[in-house]
Write a protein that binds this ligand. Structure first.
Ligand SMILES: [Ca+2]
Length: 164
């Protein structure tokens, strides 16, 4: 927009700033190292593939969520996404080393759930969630839930949620 003022003339502008409605997750590969654009409910760390290699890492960094405590402890990672014309959300996931569940919700609808019942680390490449029935902006939530008090804390590695 361009406005030309004559000498001595003034104009008042009202500017409305509207957040971009994204059809992709902001900082989806966590390469900023700071969770720009994300909401997260608990502590986290950014894994560095150079020092703490994770085979499913996209780029150099990935998100690590850790739950040290009680059964049912949960962490939420979320972002508002315009799901119009999005059919699938694909992401990289690793779960361990105590039993835990990873869920994806669109608003309050559970659209994906995966549980590692073992006390071993398991990688789950290219996980896909069908979101074709949604249009408009929705809160997409990634939930990580601890299922035991046994053993060390439950930990989850997550990277590159991408809309197709
Ligand atoms: Ca990454």
């Amino acid at each position: 927009m361009s406005i030309t003022l004559l000498p001595g003339e003034t104009k008042q502008l009202d500017i409305v700033l509207t957040p971009l409605s994204s059809t992709q997750f902001w900082d989806k590969s966590f390469e900023s190292g700071s969770l720009v654009g994300w909401y997260i409910s608990r502590g986290y760390r950014i894994g560095n593939n150079a020092y703490d290699p994770w085979p499913l890492c996209d780029g150099q960094y990935y998100l690590v969520m850790r739950l040290p405590g009680n059964v049912g402890d949960a962490e939420e990672l979320s972002q508002d996404i315009d799901l119009t014309n999005v059919n699938t959300i694909r992401f990289q996931l690793g779960l361990g080393i105590s039993p835990s569940t990873f869920k994806v919700l669109v608003d309050d609808d559970e659209v994906y759930s995966l549980t590692n019942t073992t006390h071993s680390w398991v990688d789950y490449p290219n996980q896909e969630v069908d979101v074709a029935s949604y249009t408009g902006v929705h809160k997409v939530k990634f939930w990580y839930i601890r299922l035991t008090t046994e053993g060390p804390g439950s930990e989850c590695c997550f990277d590159n949620p991408t809309c197709f």
